[in-house]
Each structure stands twice: as structure tokens, then as C-alpha cells.
Design a protein around this ligand. Structure first.
Ligand code: OOB
Length: 559
């Protein structure tokens, strides 16, 4: 417990005071910090292993020590509690130590994804008014050091660039700092002086994105701790848990549902892998005795296929495989347990809060055919028709939600908040769901203009904005095309002004020049004479989704 009042940050939308008081009274919010829950385990089991990352193995004491040193290093660089820093690191012990260090002293990480590039990082830094950006040296073909420099040059608030990796082979104009140096810093701060209040902001997560640029989601220590503890209960994490992280760790799912934080809160162990590639992941599950992991359906499919072919997984350690982030094909659900030997747990969640999960002891019918139910009894759900009226169970409607870990507004986005939240604080998730009489939800579709590419969310509007920069594009519409592995990929429909021709490469060029993350680049271009429109004259994306489905079927049958 910490008596310090919460730190005010402009642009944070709080829960209404009376409701906040009721959440405290009910014990949902305990006025504890994320760090304090991990400190308990450090005290209880200092020499137990907390984290494995390739050859690096850290005990709870060592992880705590590194996180303290890194926090001190950030403080010494002039980054102060309440400051936002853009954090973009691959899955690694450094990611965990640094994130924990930030949580301990109240520095607020903005959880960028490894795939983000100049376009996204600049936007995130500017929106968060970040004072620092932390990147790896390179990722795939990108030099992130140079990108971070460009971000710093464009966003005046960014005073510090920190790099994890190599600097020697990179010519940079402004001084940079190497993150590794931070782990040698003697810790001079006392946790008791810095421990955040429960109501303090812990981190800023990225929204899946239906708007031109991603929004930031404010997660407080109170609400995120509750999120983690409830997920821990439902997923039954304990000190025997060995949790494999192979999705990008900055995503809410592997970070806190229950994820990395859940495993550490429970005294378990986390194993970090840079990617979910099956040849390594399945081997590591055996060698490390992994008991649970979280993946998107597309990854689960590759694991199942690989296992069928190579029988890599021989042990019986994997008890649970959490699958979420995009809709699980029903036929895939039934294959998880027979092939991988692990119980399936479907997870339908969002960085904005609400997490639904099937329970480990649910009947197979529920586990295979539903996306579960809220993890907390305090989660409120409404499923409504187009007029906002509740629909009966068994009928599809738009999902609205409120609750103790679903914030009431995006960071510094008052206009967007008017659209995404109702006046009485319900978050409109944009998902179309059916609630069954047994309370479980089935995701039936969505009414938000987004493409879910194997769990990676792409805003249609963002891509369309780039398409309009190409000479000759008159109208542009980004739509989801079906894909057997990823579920969806992005297809761009365009109409052209007379006399123009364009190719997909023209769009790709514009997006590459702007430094846009790869996963957002359209994978197919369809040039049409007229855009299909609805009766009221709006672009008819439903018709286009059907059109592309037919086109692909025709292409398929002609080869
Ligand atoms: C997770 O979080 P986000 O913020 O990347 O995306 C949220 C959206 C949901 O609104 C829904 O449209 C979709 O992703 N989604 C699913 C799903 N899980 C998420 N759609 C169908 N079936 C599912 N199981 O994706 C996320 C956050 C925490 C835990 C798990 C996933």
C-alpha cells in the first residue's frame, strides 16, 4: 500500500469517482503497484528461476537487480516518473527487465510493436509526448537506430535514444546510449520512494486500430494488476507455471493475460523466444518443460502442422495452449488437444480491457465452439442491435463493455472517445458477438473497419490514406480477403481517374517511403470501374469482401 496520491497526467480519462470508490471497496482495486506483486515473489523465492532467454537464465533476485539498475539508469539520464518512453524491443530478458524497471519507478512505457517503423514510432512518440525512445539495433532489414534518430529529430520531446545491441557499425549524429550499460548501474533509489500509487498510469498499450493512426490505451497499476490477477485465477497460473512467450511481448495478451506478468506474480518462470517459429518453439517447450503458452490461431496452425509432420514435441509438459487475437476456426480448435496434447483455452480479449476466456474445466463443446466468458464478475457486457437496444441471447449484436479493467477513454483522443465510448462509459468494441444461454460468447464478425491479419490489426483507413497519395487513385477501400493461414489478409480496391494505370508496387512504394510497418502493406490490388455502394451511397465493404472471396475462388480453380 502506498499513501502517495496519483500523479496527474493530462489526457487520461479516469473512471467516475463513485465507481472507482466502489471498485476499491469491492477489493478489485487494491492500491498496489505491479512491481510490488513481483517484489513479493522476489522476497519469497529469490533463487528460483524467473526468466530464461537462450543462454541467459535469471533468478527472481537477478531479474529484480537488473530491473532496478535499468530504472536507475533511466533516472540518471533525466527520465523522470510520469515520463512516457517509447519502448520497442524484441522478446528478450531485456524487455522484461526494462519494463519492470519502468513499472517500479513510475516511468510509463509506450508498448510499441517490433514490426513498427518510422511512421508508427513517430506517431506514438508525438502522441505520448515521449521523452525517450528505446529500440534494438536492427530488426529484419531495418536499422532501428537510424529510425529512432529520425523519430528524435521529428519529435521535439524525445531527448534520449537508447539502443539495445550494437552502435559501432552505425553512424549517428546525436549521442546515443547503450542499454546494456544500464545493467551495471548501482541502484541508489529506494522502491519506497518511487512505488507508484494504484491509480498511477502503468503503461500505454496500442489500440488495434480502426482510426487513421493507432490510439493509446491507458492502463493503471490498479486496473492492470486486477487484469493479471483475474487472468491468473482463470488460467490457473501458480509457481509451477512455465510460460512460453513467443508472440510480441508488448502485446496485452502475452504481457498480462496472464502472460509474463501473470507468471511472475505467481512465482512461475517465463521462457522468451524471439518468434513463434514451430521448429524452435516446440523444441523449447520440451527442453524447458513449458506448461502454458499463448498464440494466435495462425501460429497454432503452424505448430499443429509441424508437430504432425516432425513429432518434435515428445514430452507431456504443455498443459494449456491459450489461443486468441483473431477468430479460431472451429475445425482447428478440435485438433489442438489430440496433436499437441494440451488443453485449449480460447481467449477473446482486447488491449482496451475486457478479457473473455473459456475455463480449463469447461466441456469440450464450449472450449471448441466459443470464445469464452469474461474473467471477472465485475465485467459488464451489453449486446445491442443497430439502434443500441439489447438483443436476446442467441442473437448477434454489437458488443459493449465496462468494468474495473476497461478504461473509459483513449489517451488524448477526446473526439475519437465520443465515438468509441457511449456517454455512460461503455466501450464499443466493434465486435459482433452472440451470447449463448450458458453465458459464453461467440465472435460472429465485426462492425469496425479493420483487417485482422493473423492477430495483427490493420486500420483500413490508415492504408486508404496512403493509397490516396498515389497519383491516379480516385477512390480506395481496404478490405479483408480470406486466407487459409492468417484468416485475413489485406486487399486494396481502387478506382482510377481516367487515363491512369497503377500497380500494387506503387502503393507499396508510397508506404515504404513513409516508413510504415510491413504487415500493413496491401497484398493484393483490385482495380474496379466503380466502387460498390450501399443504398445510402456509402462504400459497400461487405460487397467487396464477397467479391474478393469469389475472385480468389475463381483464380484458385483456374490454376
Ligand atoms: C487482442 O487484443 P487487440 O487489442 O490486439 O485486439 C482486440 C480485437 C478484438 O476486439 C477482436 O476484434 C479481436 O481483436 N479478437 C478476436 C479474438 N481475440 C481478439 N476475435 C475473435 N476471436 C478471438 N478470440 O487481440 C487480445 C488481447 C488480450 C488477449 C487476447 C487477445
Amino acid at each position: 500500500m502506498n499513501a502517495r496520491p496519483a500523479r496527474h497526467i493530462d489526457g487520461v480519462v479516469p473512471w467516475p469517482e463513485d465507481l472507482a470508490a466502489s471498485y476499491r471497496k469491492a477489493g478489485y482495486w487494491q492500491d498496489t503497484s505491479i512491481g510490488s506483486h513481483i517484489a513479493e515473489q522476489v522476497a519469497r523465492r529469490p533463487n528460483d528461476e524467473a526468466l530464461v532467454d537462450g543462454p541467459v537464465r535469471l533468478t527472481y533476485r537477478q531479474l529484480w537487480q537488473h530491473s532496478g539498475a535499468l530504472a536507475q539508469y533511466l533516472l540518471d539520464l533525466g527520465i523522470t516518473p510520469g515520463d512516457r518512453i517509447v519502448l520497442q524491443l524484441p522478446n528478450s530478458w531485456m524487455f522484461v527487465a526494462l519494463t519492470l524497471g519502468c513499472f517500479r519507478v513510475g516511468i510509463i512505457p509506450v508498448m510499441a510493436l517490433p514490426a513498427h517503423r518510422r511512421h508508427e514510432l513517430t506517431h506514438l512518440a508525438a502522441l505520448a509526448d515521449a521523452t525517450a525512445i528505446i529500440v534494438a539495433d536492427t530488426d529484419k532489414d531495418a536499422d532501428l537506430r537510424l529510425i529512432a534518430q529520425q523519430v528524435a529529430a521529428e519529435v521535439p520531446s524525445v531527448r534520449t535514444v537508447l539502443v539495445h545491441g550494437e552502435l559501432s557499425d552505425c553512424s549517428v549524429e546525436t549521442p546515443e546510449h547503450l542499454l546494456m550499460a544500464g545493467t551495471e548501474t548501482p541502484v541508489r533509489f529506494a522502491d519506497s520512494d518511487y512505488d507508484p500509487a494504484g491509480a498511477d498510469v502503468a503503461c500505454l498499450l496500442l489500440s488495434g486500430g480502426t482510426t487513421g493512426l493507432p490510439k493509446l490505451i491507458v492502463r493503471t497499476h490498479d486496473d492492470y494488476v486486477y487484469n493479471v490477477l483475474k487472468c491468473n485465477e482463470v488460467s490457473e497460473f501458480d509457481d509451477k507455471t512455465v510460460y512460453l512467450v513467443s508472440l510480441p511481448a508488448s502485446h496485452n495478451f502475452p504481457l498480462a493475460c496472464p502472460g509474463i506478468l501473470g507468471a511472475l506474480f505467481a512465482g512461475g518462470r517465463i521462457v522468451m523466444l524471439p518468434s513463434p517459429a514451430p521448429e524452435r518453439a516446440l523444441r523449447v517447450i520440451d527442453t524447458e518443460g513449458v506448461t502454458v503458452s499463448a498464440v494466435v490461431p495462425a501460429v497454432a496452425q503452424t505448430w499443429i502442422e509441424y508437430q504432425r509432420e516432425h513429432r518434435t514435441l515428445r514430452g507431456k509438459s504443455l498443459r494449456v495452449l491459450q489461443i486468441g487475437g483473431s477468430r479460431m476456426p472451429d475445425e482447428l480448435a478440435a485438433r489442438v488437444e489430440p496433436v499437441l496434447g494440451a488443453r485449449l483455452q480460447q481467449v477473446f480479449g482486447m488491449a482496451e480491457g475486457l478479457i473473455n476466456m473459456t475455463r480449463l474445466d469447461d466441456e469440450p463443446e464450449i472450449i471448441h465452439n466459443t470464445q469464452g466468458r469474461p474473467v471477472s464478475e465485475a465485467d459488464e457486457i451489453r449486446i445491442v442491435d443497430a439502434l443500441g437496444e439489447p438483443v436476446p441471447d442467441g442473437t448477434a449484436g454489437a458488443l459493449l463493455t465496462r468494468g474495473p479493467y476497461t478504461p473509459r477513454g483513449y489517451f488524448r483522443a477526446p473526439e475519437h472517445n465520443l465515438r468509441a465510448f457511449t456517454s455512460d462509459g461503455w466501450y464499443a468494441s466493434g465486435d459482433i458477438v452472440v451470447r449463448r444461454p450458458d453465458g459464453n460468447l461467440v465472435v460472429a464478425g465485426r462492425d469496425k473497419d479493420m483487417i485482422n491479419r493473423g492477430g495483427e490489426k490493420i486500420s483500413a483507413e490508415e492504408v486508404e490514406n496512403f493509397a490516396y497519395q498515389v497519383d491516379g487513385v480516385e477512390m480506395a477501400a481496404a478490405v479483408a480477403m480470406p486466407d487459409p493461414t492468417l484468416g485475413e489478409r489485406l486487399c486494396l480496391y481502387v478506382t482510377l481517374t481516367p487515363g491512369h494505370r497503377i500497380a500494387l508496387e506503387d502503393i507499396v512504394d508510397v508506404m515504404n517511403r513513409a516508413g510504415v510497418a510491413r504487415y500493413k502493406i496491401p497484398e493484393k490490388l483490385v482495380v474496379v470501374d466503380v466502387m460498390p455502394t450501399t443504398k445510402v451511397g456509402k462504400i459497400d465493404k461487405k460487397a467487396m469482401r464477397e467479391d474478393i472471396r469469389e475472385r480468389l475462388a475463381r483464380e484458385h480453380s483456374s490454376v
